[in-house]
Design a protein around this ligand. Structure first.
Ligand code: ADP
Ligand code: MG
Length: 588
């Protein structure tokens, strides 16, 4: 293949521009990304070599090496993983395959800070090299291809890149960063070790750097210098964080590990680390992020839990480990029972995996319950007259559930339809606005505790917005009688509530459906008046029914209105106006 110049896919060019302009304050993440790619490449080789051990060639020890050349101002990250063919280099380093890329691009605002946040959630991967480099050279050869089928890829990070064939004896990839002036500190071994310790200690491969030694100058009066010794040392701990005892892991280490596996810039909201023993043994380290990723609504997006078997990485997006409605959870599950060559198909069928999934689901729900419990802790005198003592730990959890719910509440609701076994627990975790508060803070249990004497149902209404819900004429009688109504404005509410008929024995009742029966909340006089009115208006109703016969199924006298002359309702068990509108929008 002779040298070719190719253009980046439009999205890549756009992303590169952002990377170099917005990620300045997160410079060091480039190393995390490139080391993680090197590590992924080694995992892929290990995986393919299970079927074809010849792929190891004569280098069975997988590793990553960092080396610097101060004179040339380059930093090189080399791995002996799977490598890339020329076509793979063109495809993988010139385009973005991620789904939702277009959406993401559309959300960018031009405001550097906001965009940096978004890009962090999107994950810039390989292109983060351009935060510190004004030119990147990649040299690679795919495992199993002959040395002459190596490839060199070069780009200055603007619109184009060059590729040409090279001969490369070693399998794997070298990423050579030509550092910008302002990134010269990454020529410094000490700085590199510091960043590795922060983000890559858990990587189970050795990351090697060439040892340097101080050497005095031979010439009188000239300063000495650090010189390379030709010897390589391992600079990461290469210990899987989750296998260490909890008491030996600091909060900062848990947070750094989260950032490393999630590629997030921010600390997680909370996490849970456990060894589960019994029929199925595994370790789980599960995190709840603070911010929703840009592609949260893409139900096909990669799951965030990585599967390991006895510390060996198996797969990244093991959707069998976590139900879809918990797709925001990140973390690691390390099983002692699964075979190393477990396939996706096998995962779906394995009893151990089912046990792990159930256990992990319960663990996430208890993390959320714990946050919910501590969400609004009021200090001071409790009902028993004793002043509560709030621990620092409890205090740190205040407000976190509200934050969680604002980001992920709508996804959690999908669980009502997806996870029947945990429906009650999920229902308890849900929060809504209501006619007594605009903040999304009312749980079904709070609502029940405030129900009026004689009230027999939990009333709710669904609408597109809070304002629309509040203006709804169907609320009039409830306002007049001082009965709280939950205001539901998430798109999934209508669908999710199909799966929840009652909460703790109290039925849920839409105020926009059927003939609202206020039961014991109506006094005798009101009931009588309603019956009389129905009788008196019979002829009018018959006329109206006739006039509206193609448009309305029935016309009734109602007690739900106070000021408005009329309103539309849906028959009991029918599709609500809101759902009908949604389906129409979706073209159904
Ligand atoms: P991601 O790692 O999320 O796939 P990246 O932008 O980090 O995205 O990398 C893009 C792709 O480039 C990878 O999926 C992989 O196919 C290829 N790639 C990057 N670095 C390497 C490497 N060191 N060895 C082999 N392939 C690599
Ligand atoms: Mg990557």
């Amino acid at each position: 293949m002779s040298k070719q110049t190719l253009s980046f896919q439009a999205e890549v060019a756009q992303l590169l521009h952002l990377v170099t302009h917005s990620l300045y304050s997160n410079q060091e993440i480039f190393l995390r990304e490139l080391v993680s790619n090197a590590s992924d490449a080694c995992d892929k080789l290990r995986f393919e070599a299970m079927a074809d051990s010849a792929l190891y060639e004569d280098a069975p020890n997988l590793e990553v090496r960092l080396s610097v050349d101060p004179a040339a101002k380059t930093l090189t990250i080399t791995d002996n993983g799977i490598g890339m063919s020329a076509q793979e280099a063109i495809d993988h380093l010139g385009t973005i395959a991620k789904s939702g890329t277009k959406d993401f691009m559309g959300k960018l605002t031009g405001d550097q800070k906001a965009d940096a946040q978004l890009i962090g959630q999107f994950g810039v991967g390989f292109y983060s090299g351009f935060i510190v480099a004004d030119k990147i050279t990649v040299e690679s050869r795919r495992a199993g291809l002959p040395p002459e089928q190596g490839v060199r890829w070069i780009s200055g990070g603007t619109g184009e890149f060059e590729v040409e064939a090279i001969t490369r004896a070693a399998r794997g990839t070298s990423v050579i960063l030509h550092l910008r002036e302002d990134a010269a500190e990454y020529l410094n071994a000490w700085k590199l070790k510091q960043v590795i310790a922060k983000y890559s200690d858990h990587i189970s491969l050795p990351i090697l750097m060439e040892k340097e030694e101080w050497k005095d100058s031979d010439k009188e009066g000239e300063p000495g210098a650090m010189v390379k010794t030709g010897e390589w040392e391992t600079v990461n701990k290469a210990s899987a964080l989750w296998t260490r005892p909890k008491k030996d892991i600091t909060e900062a280490q848990y947070q750094d590990f989260y950032k490393a596996i999630s590629h997030d810039f921010e600390n997680p909201l909370t996490w849970s680390h456990n060894r589960v023993e019994g029929n199925t043994e595994y370790t789980q380290l599960l995190y709840i992020p603070a911010k929703a990723p840009f592609d949260l609504w893409n139900r096909d997006k990669k799951a965030g839990v990585k599967l390991y078997v006895k510390r060996v990485f198996i797969m990244d997006d093991a959707e069998a480990l976590m139900p879809t409605y918990l797709r925001f959870v990140k973390g690691v599950i390390d099983s002692a029972d699964l075979p190393l060559n477990v396939s996706r198909e096998l995962l779906q069928e394995s009893r151990d995996v089912r046990a792990i999934r159930e256990g992990s689901t319960k663990r996430v729900l208890s993390m959320l319950e714990d946050l919910a419990k501590h969400d609004q802790h009021t200090t001071g005198e409790g009902a028993d007259g004793v002043t509560d003592v709030v621990s620092e730990e409890d205090k740190a959890k205040e407000g976190k559930y509200t934050q969680f719910y604002a980001e992920f509440g709508a996804v959690l609701k999908e669980g009502l339809g997806e996870d029947f076994a945990n429906r009650e627990r999920i229902a308890k975790l849900l929060r809504f606005a209501s006619t007594t508060t605009d903040t999304v803070s009312v749980g079904f249990a709070d609502y029940k505790a405030r129900m009026k004497e004689g009230q027999e149902a939990i009333y709710y209404i669904t609408a597109d917005t809070l304002a629309a819900a509040k203006k709804s004429p169907q609320l009039e009688v409830f306002k007049k009688k001082g009965i709280e109504v939950l205001l539901m404005t998430d798109r999934v509410d209508e669908w999710a509530l199909n799966y929840l008929h009652d909460f703790d024995g109290t039925p849920l009742q839409s105020v926009a459906k059927g003939a609202v029966d206020l039961g014991k909340l109506q006094d005798e006089a009101e009931k009588k008046a309603a019956e009389e009115a129905a009788e008196a208006f019979k002829p009018v109703l018959a006329q109206l029914k006739e006039a509206l016969k193609d448009k309305a199924q029935d016309v009734r006298v109602t007690t739900r209105l106070v000021d408005s002359p009329a309103c539309l309702v849906v028959e009991e068990g029918g599709m609500s106006n809101q759902l009908a509108r949604l389906l129409k929008q979706a073209g159904q």
